[in-house]
Design a binder for this molecule. Sequence first.
Ligand code: SAH
Ligand code: SF4
Length: 478
Amino acid sequence: MNNINQMEMKQPHTREDYSALVRRHTERLFSLYGKTATAFIRTFGCQQNVSDSEKLAGMLSEMGYAMTDDPLSADVVLFNTCAVRENAEDRVFGNVGALKAAKEQNRDMIIALCGCMTQQPHIAEKLKTSYPYVDLIFGTHSIGRLPELLWKKISEGGRFVDISQEETCPREDLPVLRDGSVRAWVPVMYGCNNFCTYCVVPLVRGRERSRELSDIVREVEGLIQAGYKEIGLLGQNVNSYGKTLNPPVTFAQLLETLNALPGEFIIRFTTSHPKDCTHELIDTIARCEKVCKHIHLPVQSGSNRILKAMNRKYTAEQYLELIDYARAKIPNVAFTSDIIVGFPGETEEDFEATYRLIERVRYHSLFTFLYSKREGTKAAELPDDTPHSVKQARFDRMLALQRKIGMEHHENLVGHTVRVLAEGKGKTAPGRLTGKTEQGVIVEFDADESLIGSFVSVRVTQALLWAVVGTLETKSLI
Ligand code: SAH
Ligand code: SF4
């Protein structure tokens, strides 16, 4: 009797046990039909979800599934969902609806939904009752249970739901199948304690948990050795990293430690909450040559009344003080931000304050959102009587302003030489590569694909709305 059969007879306990059982199943499929089992993952939402999907793909690959781009022919179709705004959820429902016909064609297809949307009990309930062809539903705390849920589905049939509120399987040792070979996402913390009144994230991702510094360092060292050139540190509020560790560590200390690792690479991070962005952190960014001179510092609104109603815990003046301090300490620092337009009770005057703040800061780019009411949040209980057309008009005005400012930043680069990490094939013309400057500006330039993953010098010749175009100078070493 071989090992796997012995394992089938004893009770499986660990992720690895379940993973081996599913792998045995996929190998059987291959030996019977000569067909490699395939899995399709679609990721909605933020980089944290992208990072979770890399772990889901790692587990699927360990179980013998090859990843495919075609959901219709896949044996496992997995949607990793986002709940931050209603339109993200609507897109998921639309995509799941479209799978019904595919499942009728292929009854063995396993459809699984996970992520922030499914973590909400009312959504899990809706999926259970109105989408009977969805086989597995699991939340953000249960991604490590994928092998177990998949094995139960394969061996017992039926449907399985796990939206536990607590982490049910450690994330630290999950296998990872990364999307690219140049940039790697590294979560430094999970969850959020801030309870901004509009935001569902603390409800679906749970309380803040920081990873141990040594675990992060080990992962980053491995990535550098594997040839990754950009390390993207992730957290909902990276500035409160390490507060709960014993002994506590600051995000500035984490940056210093990673910056000191040998190798040619750059470090980015997202997201910085202004209330926890300290001068110490800004000084550290200024000092650390591998840390990009780009701070994504979501302001959400320029009106103190609205900031208070949002529970952001800073004023527009405090925010601007940080911007001024960083500009004084970090030459050429770039800022980007998130803004919500149409928060309940936002008046024309509140919006004007946001507009003026954007004019004053002159962001390199902005992520702008129309307020979306989220069940279970405090803001969902506030009266919201501003007509949609008024909110949309404010949104459009803001977008026009940002386009003008963004274009001016790009025009200012024309004639200058910038250092760029070549990330992949460009979009503007065949034979072009794309990359980003330290400030996060997208640069497209003609170059051979062999330069992907290298730091190069590019002389900027043309400004576009969303990028700049340039010509390759010499290949620079760093
Ligand atoms: N942790 C990050 C943001 C995570 S959510 C931070 O605090 O900055 C990403 C962005 O989505 C937020 O910055 C906010 O601008 C937007 N957002 C969150 N909830 C929203 C809602 N209910 N309606 C509209 N936009 C929202
Ligand atoms: Fe949401 Fe605020 Fe937490 Fe960001 S800091 S995830 S906006 S609650």
